[in-house]
Design a protein around this ligand. Structure first.
Ligand code: SAH
Length: 403
């Protein structure tokens, strides 16, 4: 086939300066400003390359919205909060959350809510603006931080940024759904001579084709990113995810709030998870870069480590358990009772199955949260161990109590 623009660019670069890290390859393929997959395509949804939970069912986003309300209440109903979403895709998840905020308007009436979206893709930010504001946005080239702003269909201000560091400080709830799995990873292989990094190079046998090679010696990444106690032979590390989690943990420690992370992932046990998707089928990661989604499972043990104890963490727990704790079964019953035609009912049952079935997303998807230490530990309890803890359980990870 025809070499893609990114492939041509990479071939020139590889010929001139030698192999690149998998992270550099992934960054080019996904977010190259001119030709990256998310920059140009970002095919999320049934007609695209991969489907995500918020695109499967509105119930998913509604339950996430309830999670934030429940945390806001448990933390004493602060007078204002920012909802900050990293990598909002088509904007569906925030749209579903905003609908819940509107339905619970009486609860939130004295609370100043604003939405802050961190998105690098111009194409997807356009789709988000259409979904959330019906196009009522202004681009903001003079403002150094937010590159676009608008007002949601429900009347809430929305701002767009390229980087989490541009989002104003303040009490915030963070959301990252299938965001961390899109960030570039480094890959390492244990050899008899020590750790080596997996690199991407030109295949000398086939013209215009790429292949994986091992670095002949250690690399800066292999020397810095592998934990001394590592027992696996093949390891993937996503330093960008570490940096972002560190920022979230610092912000939550300083200003309060919480972060909810949901993604494919493991707790430091998996080895080789780098893969590509195109038209809902597995796609060779080295073929036609820029035309397929590339992803790697999130290592939650690494994220936990990178909070450096600044916040408490909960999870990862399976999506199936999280949604069950959030009351998905009751919500399904209500929707089934309210729907008159069999087609709608079948659709509801089918999407429930996609979210909950262990063979679909139920077991493969995980929820993980960062919370201020005081949210989980009751300082009084130390002195009165016999007294019942007044600390409310965190919804999703425990039972949902709205009070
Ligand atoms: N959360 C959405 C979309 C997931 S796809 C859903 O679940 O449907 C990943 C999203 O992250 C896309 O919106 C993509 O453009 C964005 N993204 C990828 N890399 C990014 C980066 N470095 N900074 C900000 N956004 C990024």
């Amino acid at each position: 086939g025809q070499a893609t623009a990114i492939l041509r660019h990479l071939l020139l670069k590889l010929r001139a300066t030698g192999p690149v890290t998998v992270a550099e390859y992934m960054r080019e393929a996904l977010t190259n400003p001119g030709q990256g997959y998310y920059t140009r395509r970002g095919g999320i949804g049934e007609g695209g390359d991969f489907i995500t939970s918020p695109e499967i069912s509105q119930v998913f986003g509604e339950l996430i919205g309830i999670w934030y309300i429940s945390e806001w209440m448990a933390m004493g109903k602060p007078k204002a909060f920012q909802l900050v979403e990293l990598g909002p895709g088509r904007g569906t998840l925030t749209d579903d959350i905003l609908r819940v905020f509107k339905q619970l308007a009486s609860l939130l009436s004295n609370c100043d809510v604003s939405i802050h979206l961190v998105e690098v893709s111009p194409k997807l930010s356009e789709i988000q603006a259409e979904m959330l504001t019906e196009g009522k946005v202004q681009s903001n080239p003079k403002n150094k931080s937010a590159y676009m702003k608008g007002i949601s269909k429900t009347g809430i201000p929305i701002f767009w940024y390229r980087d989490i560091q541009d989002v104003p400080q303040g009490y915030s709830f963070y959301l990252a759904h299938e965001f961390f799995d899109a960030l570039p990873i480094h890959k390492f292989q244990r050899t008899e001579k020590g750790w080596r990094e997996v690199l991407v190079d030109i295949d000398p046998e086939v013209p215009d084709q790429l292949r994986f090679v091992l670095s002949p010696s250690g690399t800066p990444a292999s020397e810095n990113f592998i934990q001394p106690e590592e027992t696996r032979d093949h390891v993937e590390v996503c330093p960008d995810a570490g940096v972002i989690i560190q920022r979230l943990a610092c912000r939550i420690e300083k200003d309060g709030g919480a972060a909810l992370v949901a993604d494919y992932g493991h707790d430091g046990t998996k080895t080789d998870t780098f893969r590509g998707f195109r038209n809902h089928k597995l796609h060779d990661v080295l073929k036609a870069p820029g035309t397929a989604d590339l992803t790697a499972d999130v290592d939650f043990s690494y994220l936990r480590k990178m909070t450096q104890g600044r916040t408490a963490t909960l999870g990862p727990i399976k999506q199936r358990e999280f949604l069950k704790n959030m009351g998905i079964d009751l919500r399904l019953q209500v929707l089934l009772q309210n729907s008159r035609d069999t087609a709608t009912r079948e659709q509801l049952l089918h999407s429930y199955d996609m979210l909950m079935n262990p063979k679909e997303m139920g077991d493969r998807f995980n929820f993980f949260a960062l919370l201020p230490h005081h949210r989980l530990a009751d300082p009084e309890k130390k002195h009165k161990p016999e007294s019942k803890s007044p600390v409310a359980p965190v919804a999703g990870f425990g039972e949902l109590l709205l009070k």
